[in-house]
Design a protein around this ligand. Sequence first.
Ligand code: UN1
Length: 493
Amino acid sequence: MEKFKNYINGEWVAPKSGEYFKNISPANINDVIGEFPFSGQEDVNDAVKAARAAFKLWKSIPAPKRGELMKNVGDILVRRKKEIARCMTREMGKPTFETEGDVQEAIDTAYYAASETRRLFGQTAPSEMPNKVNLTFRVPIGVVGVITAFNFPLAVPSWKIIPAIAAGNTVVYKPSKDAPHAGVLFAEVMEEAGIPKGVFNVLLGKGSMGDMIVKHPDVNVIGFTGSTEIGCKIAEIGGRLNKKVSLEMGGKNAQIIMNDANLELALNGAVWGAFGTTGQRCTATSRLIIQSGVYDKFIEMIKEKAVSLKIGDGLKPDTEMGPLVHEASLKNVEKYCEIAKKEGGRLICGGERATGKDLDNGYFWKPTIFADVTDKMTLFNEEVFGPVLSITKCETLDEAIALQNHSAYGLSAAIYTNNINDAFKAVDEIESGLTYVNGPTIGAEAHMPFGGTKGTGNGHREGGWTAFDIFTEWKTVYIDYSNQLQRAQIDNN
Ligand code: UN1
């Protein structure tokens, strides 16, 4: 069985602890992908030390030169797209058309960052005093710790790692324990692209090791995607240690469907939003809010489509929905379905494991829909991270928006309507970082700000130009060419 290594200071190294963990395929638990380092404090210390040492040199390289290496990263990903996608499908389950999309998102991020390195603009401003000029520069911060989830093994880490490095920082990256192979592949790509040693380091391991990265005194910035529970803990530690922390956490995203909507379009959006990635996206559609005139009709339409989805091993070309990532996730989904039944949700379809010859060795769950869910019920309020969709009836647009906003989270939202006034009212009043009109809650593009309000985030936006706000600080510079002492707020009064 293949034994994988950490990537520290440009070398592939075994963990100091000598300990490893096995990672299996969620589509077939007998398929063992390999043994991955169970890294500990000594490995974290080595990686942070390498990243700190590399920072000095890396930040001094002109940004457009760093950008050329980001372009290399994009080119290599283009070349290896299919192969990397298959590895990711094998270890985390989503079908290959989705993992190829995941690699594509990283490619887009790399090419975008490459061009952005020529646009890391500062400002010039007039001084209060004569013969003096005021300027600002964006400067890198130092060592960035990146901790991510399994569901987008390449795209989501790339949103953090690529702009962080392009801006002149160095990175210590901990991939999810459920997608460690993707972390190894990311390091291979960076190595081939010519990223100097120590600039990018990958440590494989479990949650405890992420904690060590967060607490390490020489890590300046943390970029995290994962659960709200862990994210809030990281924020606490970051607050105590005065670190910059960017958090991307849970969602409970709703799609509103108005009476005048194009129902076929709304149907395709809802099915893709709810069951794409087996519902394991922070942007997944987990609630439908449907106006009463089309409520019953739409439930029939979505039931028919949901039960016909082809569930299976994501490596098979006809699979539309893969397994859940692990057994704990399956149990969690089962728990939420039981609660929904007890609290009075009307089960429309699913609500149980998907079984069969090719499914019994994996963590497969049927696409599940509960109707007549009210805002008091658990399913309306808590993130499930699985293929479970709740449906709620509303009478008016105001009620729909109030229901959509009745959530501790604020990542993504969608409205399907052909009424332009209603669409803009929804855009104005919905409390979320992302809002879609006549499109599903999933499908953010790499060059646009990504992030959420309320319990989803802490005000930062990944993706696009806004990612550079996370990974840079402003330096303000005053240049006085008057050849005399000019005292601000005193001599210019
Ligand atoms: C996530 O689920 O963590 O918009 C990210 C989308 C994807 C990214 C999802 N492009 O659904």
